[in-house]
Design a protein around this ligand. Structure first.
Ligand code: UDP
Length: 328
């Protein structure tokens, strides 16, 4: 049985990856420090002999007993609000955490895939973004802690590949959505759906002309699976190229939820990218991958998920105790 370590296992993407690799017949070791992740996302796996959980911060030395065939490094805060609240931890997990994962991969002879992001392109002046584009990132702005940690992560991963011959894969993930996103993490989709469910106006930042391209989580997981099993060591964009302005997206959520609330406009956060759309030529050619779930289908499933949550979840500011974590 192949053994795989998934860091960030209790998070949105990590938990879906645990499900997928268990389904594919792997033994999954899920690791998470639970600062932004939530055990609720993986509690259905705890009874399985193919699954084990390690409560650990990957920014510190990682020990995993036994053999490891693969590592997926998905531990990181991923919402702009989170990395504003825990900037140092965001930098550490992308840098020190990646270094520890790469060292573990060396020690175990494992292949490693690291989760990078479209944020490495910053506020892009090439559109749509191909992997060859180097980006337009402000290193000292509020998003710099995430963007630069991920850029460092890519550099470190390539260095382990070229210098040590380690088998490495790098995925650049564009905006992804689906069940198990945190309702109160500040990202646009849970923000809008939460507002609709509470009967509040939807908050569009700026004039709503900035664009994003949203990928359904099952499509993303399929792309990760294919990239891991491929032999391509350079970065690959995975995302859905169906681009929409945030203003139009708010209108879609209003229609979907049937809310009679309106859109209100708030200040655009610093360095908020004006446009984002993946060029997925590489994923198509190298992995034979493209997204299958359109936004209407994906949003419907995601809305059903948020509706099924206990009502008190809707009114929690944030159930994450960052302060307690930072003091540790
Ligand atoms: N956004 C918004 N209202 C919200 C939350 C976010 O208009 O309540 C905007 C945000 O300014 C950005 C886009 O939606 O332009 C996507 O934001 P998100 O935080 O989901 O992710 P990003 O792609 O910026 O990392």
């Amino acid at each position: 049985m192949k053994r795989i370590l998934i860091t960030g296992a209790a998070g949105f993407l990590g938990s879906h990856l645990c499900d997928r690799f268990i389904k594919e017949g792997y033994h999954v070791i899920g690791m998470d420090n639970l600062i932004t992740g939530d055990l609720k996302n993986i509690e259905h796996l705890f009874g399985l002999k193919e699954f084990e959980f390690a409560h650990h911060d990957v920014s510190k030395f990682i020990h995993v007993p036994g053999k490891l065939d693969y590592i997926l490094h998905f531990a990181s805060p991923a919402s702009p609000i989170d990395y504003l609240k825990i900037p140092i931890q965001t930098l550490k997990v992308g840098s020190l955490g990646t270094h520890n994962c790469l060292g573990l991969a060396m020690a175990k002879g494992a292949r490693i895939l690291v989760a990078s992001t479209s944020e490495v392109y910053g506020d892009p002046d090439v559109h749509p973004q191909p992997e060859e584009y180097w980006g337009n990132v402000n290193p000292v702005g509020p998003r710099g802690v995430y963007d630069e940690a991920k850029r460092f992560q890519e550099a470190m991963t390539m260095a382990y590949h070229t210098y040590h011959g380690l088998e490495t894969r790098i995925i650049r993930i564009f905006n992804t959505y689906g069940p198990r996103m945190r309702l109160n993490d500040g990202r646009v989709l849970p923000a809008f759906i939460g507002q609709a469910l509470r009967g509040e106006d939807l908050t569009v930042f700026g004039d709503g002309s900035q664009t994003r391209s949203f990928c359904y989580v099952d499509d993303l997981v399929e792309g990760i699976y294919r990239l891991l099993l491929s032999d391509y060591p350079f970065p690959v964009n995975i995302g859905n190229p169906d681009e929409i302005t945030i203003g139009d997206f708010a209108e879609e959520i209003i229609k979907l939820t049937g809310t009679d609330q309106k859109v209100i406009y708030k200040e655009l956060p610093t360095d908020d990218p004006t446009q984002r759309q993946p060029n997925i030529t590489k994923a198509r050619e190298i992995l034979g991958w493209e997204p299958k779930v359109n936004r209407a289908e994906g949003l419907k499933i995601t809305y059903e998920y948020f509706k099924s949550l206990p009502e008190e979840e809707l009114y929690k500011k944030d159930h994450k105790d960052f302060e307690a974590y930072i003091r540790k």
